[in-house]
Design a protein around this ligand. Structure first.
Ligand code: 475
Length: 834
C-alpha cells in the first residue's frame, strides 16, 4: 500500500510567499494549530503561529532533500556531538529561506510587532560554549554548501542552566526549554532504537561451528529520534539534526505489573529516562560520572544503529559503510563510537575483525578541542566494564593489536608503549578516550594553527610520531549568516549597498571594503552604525541593570565561559589599575570605557564563581564612586547565551581575547567580534594568531608572553611574587583586593583569588600584567583618533573572510570527508522531486 507522491498537493497556505499568503497562513496557524482566536492570543501564541508558518515553508525542502539523498544514495557526513548550541531558530530560518523581509512586512501589516516575536523565542541551550556552538555553525555551513549531513546528538530535557546573579553571586536555575513546546522538531518514534547496558558477555558457536562473542545486557533503554531541519542559505538543501531522547521500554511496566513490583517498574523508568535529562554544565573539564558515560554510549549507539538502518533501507551492503558515511567525532565525547561500530559490524553484522577495523578507521575522524589536561576524558575500568562489558573486550583486542604494531615500529620503548596504550595502567586503571579516538580514526585535527602544532608537540605527540599522515589543522570558523546578516542587519545593509550580497556565501569578498577606507562618507556611515548599535545595547543595560553607559566610551567586552585560563581576572586587574589612577588623581584625562562581562561558571567551579563575584564587587564600587565621574563603568551581564551574544558582538569596540598563550584551542567569539568591526586586544593564542595575521599587526592590540615563553617561564620556575614586588601598580591592585576595599572590609572574601595569584598564579597573570596594561593604554590612545579607529575597524571586518565556517567546512570536505555537494531541486506544489 503506497500513496503516489504526485498525488500529494501542497497547498498555497503552506508554501505561498506573497505577503497575502503569509498573512493568511499566520492567522490560520494561530487559529488551527495554536487553537486561539486573536482576542485570546498571547505573545507566545503569536510566536508559535509564526514559527509554524515558517516551518510549513521548510517542509518541502526537507522532504525533497530526503528524497534526493535516498534516491542518489548520497555520501553523507554524520557530525557526532554531545552538544549542539543552535540558538534561536526563527530569525535564522527566515534568513536562510530568504523570507525575512516579506515575513516582517506581513506580520507588521497585521499590526503585530515582528521584532518582539523574534525576541519571544527562547533558545535550546544544548551546549556549554565553544564546542557546541561550533557544531551549530558547521551544520549551517554544511547545508549552505549543499552537503548531505546528519547532525547526531542528545535531546537534553534541561540544557545549560539559566544564570541569575544575586548579591553578585551566580545562581543556577534549571532551563525548561521545552515548557512551551518546540515547533522546530518532529518526533520520529518509528525509528526508535534499543540501547543495551550492563550485564556480561559470553561466547557461542554459530551454525558453522565458529566461536563468536555475544553481549547479554542487563537492561536496555529506547532511543527516540527528534528531528530538526537545518537549512542552507538560499538553496533547497534542508539537512537534519537528529537528537535522541531516552525512554523506558514498555516491557518494564508489563513485567513489573505481573510480578507486582510497581515501584520497581516506575524506578526503572526513571533511571532510563534520566539518561537524557540534563546537560553536564562543565566546559573544558570532565567529571568521570557513570551517567555521562551512559549519555555518550546512548547517543553514539543510537546514531550508528540509525546509519545501519539507512544502509539497509537503501540496500547498500555493510562492507560499504565507510563509502556511505563520513563520521566526525566532536572531541572525545563520542569516541566510544570506535568500539561500538566494531561491535555492530562484528557481533551483529558478522563481518570479520580486519574488515570491520578497516571500515571503522576509514569512517571515523576525530577533532580535538582542548589541550587542558583536566579535560582529557578517561573512564575507570570497573565503571566501564559494569556498563559496557563487551566494549571493554573489544578495546582490549584493539589495544593488543595496536601495541603489537607500536612495538615493531618503536622497538624497545616501553615508556612509549605505556603512554600510547588505550589503557592507563600507571595507577588505578582507566580507558583513555583520546587514545581510542586516535587509533580508531583515519584523520585527527586541531582547531587552529597553533593548537594543531601544540597537539603534535604535547598531548598527541606519540600518536603524531606513529602516524603523522593522520594529522592536520582545520582552523575554526563561524557562520556569517547568524553572526552578521541576522545579528547585524544595519552593517549587512551598508556592506551590501557597497559590494553586493555575494559576501554572505563567499566571505573573502569583504576585502572589497578596503577600497572605501578613505571614503569619508562610508567611514561616517560605518561609525554611526556602530554608535546606533551601542545605543541599543546601552538602552537594554539601562533597562535591565539601571546602569547608564555612554556610547562615546569604548565598549570593551569579554563574553565567554568564566575560567581561570581565559583570565577574566586579568581584565579586572586592568580595571582596578585605571580606578587607582583616578583615585590618585581625580582630574586625570582618561578615555572613557564601558567594561562588559558575560559568561557562565561551571556550578562546581569555585574559583570561577568567585571571579564573577569579584566583577560584581568591583563594579559596585566603581560605578558609584563620584571621583570616577562615570568615566568608567563595569557591568556583569547575566545569562550570556547565543541569543544575547547576537546583540553583543555588533556593539563592541574592543574584543578581549586574553587567555594564557597555549591554553585556548581556538576561540570563536574572537572571530564574531572582529567580523562585526571590533578591534582585538589579545595574546598569541588559538586563532588570535591567524586573526592578527589576516587583520595586520597594525590593526591588532597584541600583548603578553607567547606559548613558547610561557613554557620556558614555567620550566625555569615561575615566581609571581617577584612580579608583585617589582611592580608598584600591580602591588596596589592586589593590595586593594586583599584589603577588603571591594568587599565592605571583608578581607577573607577574595583571599582565595589573591592567594592563588600570589602563591602559584598558574595562568601567569602577573607575568602578563604590565604588558597588558601598556597595551590597554595604546588602545585608549588609539580610540581618541576616531578616524583612525574607524579605518582599523573596517579593515578588521574586511579581512575576516577566512573565518567563515564555509571555509572550514570546505576544508573538512576536501581533506577529511571526501564528500561532494548534492543539489536538491526546487519543485512547485508537489512534495516529490519525481
Ligand atoms: C575550546 N568543551 C575553544 C572551541 O573548537 C574552541 C569539554 C568537556 C566537556 C564539555 N565541553 C567541553 C570544550 O572542550 C570546548 O568547548 N572547547 C572549546 O572548543 C571550538 O574554540 O578554544 O576551548
Amino acid at each position: 500500500m503506497q500513496l503516489r507522491n504526485e498525488l500529494v498537493r501542497v497547498e498555497a497556505d503552506r508554501t505561498g510567499t506573497t505577503i497575502d499568503n503569509l498573512k493568511r497562513a499566520f492567522l490560520e496557524n494561530l487559529y488551527y494549530v495554536q487553537g486561539k482566536p486573536p482576542a485570546l492570543a498571547t505573545l507566545n501564541d503569536y510566536y508559535m503561529a509564526l514559527a509554524h508558518t515558517v516551518r510549513d515553508r521548510i517542509m518541502q525542502r526537507w522532504n525533497n532533500s530526503a528524497i534526493t539523498y535516498t534516491e542518489n544514495q548520497s555520501r553523507t557526513v554524520c557530525y557526532l556531538s554531545a552538544e549542539f548550541l543552535m540558538g534561536p531558530h526563527l530569525g535564522n530560518n527566515l534568513i536562510n529561506l530568504g523570507l525575512y523581509e516579506p515575513m516582517k512586512q506581513a506580520i507588521d501589516e497585521l499590526g503585530i510587532n515582528f521584532d518582539e516575536l523574534i525576541e519571544e523565542e527562547g533558545e535550546p541551550g544544548l551546549g556549554n560554549g565553544g564546542l557546541g556552538r561550533l557544531a551549530a555553525c558547521y551544520l549551517d555551513s554544511l547545508a549552505a554548501l549543499e552537503i548531505p549531513t546528519m547532525g547526531y546528538g542528545i535531546r537534553y530535557e534541561f540544557g545549560i542552566f539559566k544564570q541569575d546573579i544575586r548579591d553578585g553571586w551566580q545562581v543556577e536555575i534549571t532551563d525548561k526549554w521545552l515548557r512551551n513546546g518546540n515547533p522546530w522538531e518532529l518526533a520520529r518514534p518509528e525509528w526508535t532504537v534499543s540501547i543495551p547496558f550492563g550485564g556480561h558477555t559470553e561466547s557461542y558457536r554459530n551454525s558453522q561451528g565458529v566461536y563468536r562473542a555475544r553481549w547479554v545486557p542487563a537492561w536496555e533503554v529506547k532511543g527516540v529520534p527528534y528531528d530538526t531541519p537545518t537549512l542552507g542559505y538560499k538553496v533547497n538543501t534542508a539537512n537534519t539534526l537528529r537528537l535522541w531522547k531516552a525512554e523506558a521500554p514498555e516491557s518494564f511496566d508489563f513485567q513489573a505489573f505481573n510480578t507486582g513490583d510497581y515501584y520497581g517498574a516506575v524506578n526503572a523508568k526513571v533511571v532510563s529516562e534520566n539518561i537524557t535529562k540534563v546537560l553536564y554544565p562543565n566546559d573544558d573539564e570532565i567529571q568521570g560520572k557513570v551517567l555521562r558515560l551512559q549519555q555518550q554510549f546512548f547517543f553514539v549507539s543510537c546514531s550508528l544503529q540509525d546509519m545501519i538502518r539507512i544502509m539497509k533501507g537503501q540496500k547498500i551492503p555493510m562492507e560499504r559503510f565507510h563509502e556511505k558515511f563520513a563520521v566526525q567525532l566532536n572531541d572525545t565525547h563520542p569516541a566510544i563510537a570506535v568500539a561500538e561500530l566494531m561491535r555492530l559490524l562484528v557481533d551483529q553484522e558478522f563481518l570479520g575483525w580486519d574488515e570491520a577495523w578497516a571500515i571503522t578507521q576509514n569512517t571515523l575522524a576525530y577533532t580535538n578541542h582542548t589541550l587542558l589536561p583536566e579535560a582529557l576524558e578517561r573512564w575507570q575500568i570497573d565503571l566501564f566494564r559494569d556498563l559496557l562489558p563487551r566494549h571493554l573486550e573489544i578495546i582490549y583486542e584493539i589495544n593488543q593489536r595496536f601495541m603489537d604494531d607500536v612495538r615493531v615500529k618503536f622497538i624497545d620503548d616501553d615508556a612509549r608503549l605505556a603512554r600510547m596504550s588505550l589503557i592507563d595502567e600507571s595507577g588505578e586503571r582507566y580507558v583513555r578516550m583520546a587514545n581510542l579516538a586516535c587509533v580508531g580514526s583515519h584523520a585527527i585535527n586541531g582547531v587552529a594553527a597553533l593548537h594543531s602544532e601544540l597537539l603534535k608537540q604535547t598531548v598527541l605527540k606519540d600518536f603524531y610520531e606513529y602516524s603523522p599522515e593522520k594529522f592536520s589543522n582545520k582552523t575554526n570558523g563561524v557562520t556569517p549568516r547568524r553572526f552578521m546578516v541576522l545579528s547585524n542587519p544595519r552593517l549587512t545593509q551598508l556592506i551590501t549597498d557597497r559590494i553586493g550580497s555575494g559576501w554572505i556565501t563567499d566571505l573573502e569578498q569583504l576585502r572589497q571594503l578596503e577600497q572605501f577606507i578613505d571614503d569619508p562618507a562610508f567611514c561616517q556611515q560605518w561609525r554611526s552604525i556602530k554608535q546606533a548599535i551601542k545605543q541599543d545595547l546601552a538602552d537594554s543595560i539601562q533597562k535591565d541593570y539601571g546602569v547608564d553607559v555612554s556610547i562615546d566610551s569604548i565598549f570593551d567586552i569579554q563574553v565567554k565561559r568564566i575560567h581561570e585560563y581565559k583570565r577574566q581576572h586579568l581584565n579586572l586587574l586592568h580595571i582596578i589599575t585605571l580606578y587607582n589612577r583616578i583615585k590618585a588623581n581625580p582630574n586625570i584625562d582618561i578615555t572613557p570605557r564601558t567594561f562588559l562581562f558575560g559568561g557562565k561558571a561551571a556550578p562546581g567551579y569555585f574559583m570561577a564563581k568567585l571571579m564573577i563575584k569579584l566583577v560584581s564587587a568591583v563594579s559596585e564600587v566603581i560605578n558609584r564612586d563620584p571621583d570616577v565621574r562615570g568615566r568608567i563603568k563595569v557591568v556583569f551581564l547575566k545569562n550570556y547565551n547565543v541569543k544575547f551574544a547576537q546583540h553583543v558582538y555588533p556593539a563592541a569596540d574592543l574584543s578581549e581575547q586574553i587567555s594564557t598563550a597555549g591554553k585556548e584551542a581556538s576561540g570563536t567569539g574572537n572571530m564574531k567580534f572582529a567580523m562585526n568591526g571590533a578591534l582585538t586586544i589579545g595574546t598569541l593564542d588559538g586563532a588570535n594568531v591567524e586573526i592578527m595575521e589576516q587583520a595586520g599587526e597594525e590593526n591588532f592590540f597584541l600583548f603578553g608572553l607567547t606559548a613558547e615563553e610561557v613554557r620556558e617561564r614555567k620550566a625555569r620556575g615561575y615566581d609571581p611574587k617577584a612580579y608583585y614586588n617589582a611592580n608598584p601598580n600591580l602591588q596596589l591592585v592586589i593590595d586593594r583586593i586583599a584589603s577588603g576595599f571591594f568587599s565592605h572590609g571583608d578581607k577573607t572574601l577574595f583571599q582565595p583569588i589573591v592567594d592563588n595569584l600570589m602563591q602559584s598564579d598558574p595562568y601567569l597573570l602577573f607575568a602578563d600584567y604590565q604588558s597588558y596594561v601598556e597595551c590597554q593604554d595604546r588602545v585608549a590612545e588609539a580610540y581618541r583618533d576616531q578616524d583612525k579607529w574607524t579605518r582599523m575597524s573596517i579593515l578588521n571586518a574586511a579581512r575576516m573572510g577566512m573565518f567563515s565556517s564555509d571555509r572550514s567546512i570546505q576544508e573538512y570536505c576536501d581533506d577529511i570527508w571526501n564528500v561532494k555537494p548534492v543539489t536538491v531541486k526546487e519543485t512547485e506544489g508537489f512534495c516529490s522531486a519525481t
